[in-house]
Design a protein around this ligand. Structure first.
Ligand code: SD4
Length: 343
């Protein structure tokens, strides 16, 4: 039963103006295996991961499948069909981390459909953690990935052409004060906006963390970063310790939102360390958000940052600066979308 305490803890204060029918606002179950992804569009990611976990597979394989599923979907913010930078190029960032501190990352990667799998190849077949730009693309091609078209997807072209009319450079991610999102054509619901009227905000970076039947944790993060960013800009998502961190003794954490704010605080690593000190995943996510906000409370009114965390016991937590951050949990056949507590 959903108790009042659960409502308080899991953020019923943050009721958005949207239709909440599909959202379950209660404490997610503690169970194993389990996969948790950012946003309600995390359903796609979890549906990719779940068959692996259900059949007793590794969390690492599950999170890679989550990334692949998200990258296959033509969305605003993940994969080759995503929104471009301000010069019209789609540049992709992704990373992956397993239960033994092995990790791989690609940044500023163009025209490769599955950056998450390239990141895994970096992790498993090179002595390095991160490859960038042309070098990352060269590595991908040498490893059997194919070069995709350099044309923007129809959605991205439309959005970009709309943005070009004003070309306003507003590298701020914020849902609270921004224009209302257009509902996604893919049926992801109001929480997965494809784009906003002035192109100033965007969301949908896919971060996934999972705990498998053997009790091992892994995570991945994949994104095109901010829409209409400066050419060459890289956010938090592919940076181990910022957009993703996994310590198999403690927990796994990923995040979404304004990457610069996350990088400054080594966000995902911070949340893992806060869990190590005895905080629940929820408390740890909250403390990290407070730390980010404390630096500049006025500025924090203008951006979103949201963390999701999963500990070794299968407990889940999430917390965001602004309202309307959702995440999706799968611990049986049906993914459940949860509205996160907010500051
Ligand atoms: C970035 N953190 O590039 C990403 C953007 C994001 O949902 O999360 N969007 O800064």
């Amino acid at each position: 039963m959903t108790t009042r305490r659960h409502f308080l803890r899991w953020g019923a204060f943050a009721l958005p103006q949207f239709n909440l029918k599909n959202l379950l606002i209660e404490k997610p179950p503690v169970s194993k295996p389990v996969v948790v992804s950012t946003w309600d569009s995390g359903k796609t990611a979890n549906n990719g991961a779940w068959p692996v976990l259900k059949s007793g597979g590794r969390a690492l394989d599950a999170v890679e499948q989550a990334g692949i599923a998200s990258e296959n979907e033509q969305s605003c913010c993940v994969g080759v069909g995503a929104n471009p930078d301000r010069d019209g190029h789609v540049t992709l960032d992704a990373c992956i981390m397993d239960n033994q501190f092995n990790c791989g990352s690609v940044v500023f990667l163009e025209r490769i459909k599955h950056p998450v799998s390239v990141a895994r190849k970096v992790m498993e077949t090179t002595p390095h953690v991160m490859l960038a730009g042309a070098g990352a693309q060269q590595f991908a091609l040498a490893n059997g990935f194919t070069l995709e078209s350099d044309k923007l997807s129809a959605d991205a072209r439309k959005t970009y052409e709309h943005w070009l009319k004003k070309s306003a450079y507003k590298p701020v991610i914020n849902v609270e004060n921004g224009p209302k999102p257009r509902p996604s054509k893919k049926g992801n619901g109001p929480f997965a906006p494809s784009y906003f009227d002035d192109g100033s905000v965007n969301h949908d970076t896919m971060g996934t963390i999972a705990l498998d039947s053997a009790g091992n944790l892994s995570g991945m993060c994949t994104t095109s970063g901010m829409a209409f960013k400066m050419h060459g800009r890289v956010g938090d998502s592919p940076i181990i310790g910022a957009g993703l961190y996994v310590d198999n003794e403690i927990g796994a954490v990923t995040c979404t939102g304004q990457g610069e704010e996350v990088i400054r605080m080594c966000g995902a690593h911070l949340v893992v360390e806060l869990m190590r000190q005895g905080n629940t995943p929820q408390e740890a996510c909250r403390a990290a958000v407070e730390r980010i906000v404390k630096r500049d409370p006025e500025r924090a009114k203008t951006f979103q940052v949201a963390f999701i965390a999963l500990n070794k016991a299968g407990e889940i937590g999430a917390y965001s600066v602004q309202k309307d951050f959702t995440y999706t949990v799968t611990s049986n056949e049906t993914p459940t979308t949860v509205l996160a507590a907010k500051r």
